[in-house]
Design a binder for this molecule. Structure first.
Ligand SMILES: Cc1cc2nc3c(=O)[nH]c(=O)nc-3n(C[C@H](O)[C@H](O)[C@H](O)COP(=O)(O)OP(=O)(O)OC[C@H]3O[C@@H](n4cnc5c(N)ncnc54)[C@H](O)[C@@H]3O)c2cc1C
Length: 401
């Protein structure tokens, strides 16, 4: 991208100087504007402000590629300590459907170390290939390193579609891959389909706080990349024909392992985080819980229902419960069958992480709390009275009283 002042149009009026939020433009009296490209962030304010069309931003066009070279559907095989993440098996299910509709192969690409068990597990699913990058340098997730290796193989083997779970890992490094290969990425998809007429990947995701569903296409660049939420698609069944996927071992170039980050320590996620993302039932507490000791009530209700414990950021920030329980924009995105929000107002940032739950029950003493706008059922009242009653009733129904 470049920016330039067109000499014979600029009269040094200074309108651009006032419009620039970066203070990147200067004009000496009766002289042409000068743009400091070190400061300029190419926001385009000066282009709009100039009455004389004297400033232009130019975007260099990428060379037009032959998109027919790109073939196949790939799934990123996210794993932790050699155990494949459950979302991968969901992506294999939808990926198989997409590959069949497109008439192409389905592959998983997995990065890590000591992957024998993970690869053997994957090979039992209806995949055509498993691409394996195994190296000690890939043992622990490093976004920079992982994105370099994946970018390299994407450039070389040219998949047409690339899917990854909308997990912390998938979200953080797939965008880096997309930038490196100059393509688009639709994050947090809840629907995927191949267009009947154009063969493109139709990527659907909630937008504007879930008020509309946007279907996004990537017609001009490849691969078409998407991250997909947990539990949106059913887990793929294993193969029944006894065949197994072809295992292709790949070797990454050592220079791809360089990284500006250094892992100093690895803090294990608390058990609940794993459960939270995969849980079918979540009971979450917010500031309305009032005291850290009252989280025991939330935990007891979650236990009675066989669910996991979540929290709002207010509860986490107050130090009532560890961050790994946080649901929302800066916490986990969850899609359980049942989400019970106790003493949570339902701020838009909280909703961002839980609004796609199948059923939402809210307990809040304020009848106007925003959470009631998305709740299927609501209790207006004191959660510290309602939660124990609910727990007691559920235990009684289960004969556990
Ligand atoms: C960039 C950014 C990112 C953010 N990310 C997140 C995120 O990931 N997750 C998140 O949750 N928030 C996030 N937030 C914060 C968010 O805006 C809210 O501040 C937060 O969700 C509020 O938490 P809360 O609902 O527990 O508290 P409050 O908004 O204070 O609501 C407490 C609720 O409890 C009710 N209440 C009080 N006492 C009782 C009682 N005895 N019984 C029943 N109800 C009672 C009140 O009526 C009220 O509705 C983010 C904010 C920003 C700016």
């Amino acid at each position: 991208m470049s920016i330039r002042v067109i000499e014979d149009k600029c009269n040094g009026c200074g309108l651009c100087v006032k419009s620039c939020p970066q203070a990147a433009i200067s004009v000496e009296p009766k002289k042409m504007a000068i743009i400091d490209v070190e400061l300029c962030n190419y926001c385009g304010s000066c282009v709009s402000a100039c009455n004389f069309k004297a400033i232009a931003i130019e975007i260099e066009k990428q060379a037009q590629e032959d998109l027919s070279q790109y073939k196949g559907v790939w799934v990123f095989g996210e794993q932790y300590k050699g155990k494949v993440s459950p979302v991968v098996f969901e992506l294999i299910g939808v990926g198989r459907q997409l590959a069949d509709d497109r008439g192409c192969d389905l592959a998983v690409v997995i990065l890590g170390d000591n992957l024998d068990e993970a690869v053997a597990d994957l090979a039992e699913y209806p995949l055509d290939k498993v691409y394996v990058y195994e190296a000690p340098e890939l043992a622990q997730y490093d976004g920079e390193r992982y994105s370099r290796v994946l970018t390299d193989v994407v450039r070389e083997l040219k998949p047409e579609i690339m899917l990854a779970g909308a997990t912390t890992t998938g979200r953080s490094f797939m965008s880096q891959v997309a930038i490196k290969v100059y393509t688009g990425l639709t994050a947090d998809c809840t629907g995927l389909a191949i267009g009947k007429d154009d063969g493109l990947l139709y990527q659907t995701r909630p937008a504007y706080g879930g008020n509309i569903m946007a279907t996004i296409l990537c017609p001009y660049t490849r691969p078409q990349m998407a991250t997909v939420r947990h539990k949106v698609f059913p887990t793929s069944p294993k193969r029944t024909d006894g065949a197994t996927a072809e295992i292709v071992n790949l070797k990454a170039k050592p220079q791809l392992f360089s990284s500006r980050s250094q892992i100093l320590d690895f803090i294990e996620q608390c058990e609940a985080t794993v459960n939270l993302v995969e849980a079918d039932i979540i009971v979450s507490g917010g500031r309305g819980i009032q005291d850290p000791s009252n989280f025991a009530q939330v935990e007891e209700l979650a236990k009675a229902l066989g669910g996991a414990v979540g929290a709002s950021r207010a509860a986490v920030d107050a130090g009532w419960i560890p961050y790994c329980h946080q649901v929302g924009q800066t916490g986990k995105t969850v899609c359980p069958k049942l989400y019970i929000a106790c003493g949570i107002s339902g701020a838009v940032q909280h909703q961002a992480g839980m609004s796609s739950s199948d059923m939402i029950i809210a307990i809040n003493k304020d009848p106007d709390a925003p959470i009631f706008q998305i709740a299927n059922f609501g209790f207006v009242g004191d959660c510290l009275e309602i939660i124990p009653m609910l727990t007691k009733r559920i235990k009684a129904m289960r004969g556990e009283a």
